[in-house]
Design a protein around this ligand. Structure first.
Ligand SMILES: [Zn+2]
Length: 177
C-alpha cells in the first residue's frame, strides 16, 4: 500500500488525530455524493485505526445501503449492510475494520449538524468500550471533512462542541474542552 498517496487531514474538532483517506475511498465518496445530489448520501468507512499514533487510514468507502434514508435535509444510515461489513472484516483477517461513517453535504458546509453530532455520540458510545474512536467524514463538493470522537471525548464535550459549532472551530476551543 502506498501510504504517500493518502491525503492526510487533521480533524477540526481534534487536531491531535490524523485521518488519511485513500484515493479510491475518496473517489467513491465524491462520485456517490455527486450521483445522489441534491440528496445527502453516505455509507461505511473501512480501514485501520492506530490508537497509539492517533492515525486513522481509510482504505475503502461503502455506498448507501437500501435501508438508508437520504434527503436534501439529512442522511440516516441504515443497518442492512451489517453482514457485508462483517464479511469484509473477516475476509481481510481483520486487518481492515469498520472505522466509521461518511455522508455528504451536497450544498456545502463541512460542519456537522446537530443530527450528525447525535449520531456521532451514539457511535462513540458503541466503539469507545473497545478503546476505539469514532470517525465521521462529511463530504462537501470540494473536500472531505473528518471528525474524530475519541474515547477521551466525554459526552459533555461533544455537546459543548455542538453548541460552539456555529462559530469557527479553532484549535484553541478544542484545547479548552
Ligand atoms: Zn450532516
Amino acid at each position: 500500500m502506498e501510504v504517500a498517496e493518502f491525503s492526510s487531514t487533521r480533524p477540526a474538532n481534534d487536531p491531535g488525530w490524523s485521518v488519511r483517506i485513500s484515493p479510491n475511498a475518496s473517489e467513491v465518496i465524491h462520485a456517490e455524493s455527486n450521483r445522489c445530489a441534491p440528496s445527502e448520501t453516505g455509507g461505511y468507512l473501512f480501514g485501520r485505526i492506530d490508537v497509539r499514533r492517533r492515525t486513522i487510514h481509510v482504505t475503502r468507502a461503502g455506498t448507501q445501503s437500501v435501508d438508508s434514508r437520504g434527503s436534501a435535509g439529512g442522511f440516516l444510515r441504515g443497518v442492512s449492510d451489517a453482514p457485508f461489513v462483517r464479511n469484509i472484516i473477516q475476509r481481510t483477517g481483520e486487518t481492515i475494520t469498520y472505522v466509521g461513517d461518511w455522508h455528504s453535504h451536497p450544498r456545502g458546509g463541512g460542519e456537522p449538524s446537530i443530527t450528525d453530532l447525535n449520531a456521532a455520540e451514539e457511535l462513540r458510545q458503541e466503539v469507545s468500550p473497545l478503546g476505539l474512536p469514532a470517525l465521521m467524514v462529511i463530504a462537501t463538493p470540494r473536500a472531505l471533512h473528518p471528525y474524530v470522537f475519541g474515547n477521551h471525548t466525554a459526552n459533555s464535550e461533544v455537546s459543548i462542541y455542538s453548541m460552539q459549532r456555529r462559530r469557527r472551530i479553532s484549535a484553541s476551543i478544542v484545547e479548552s474542552l
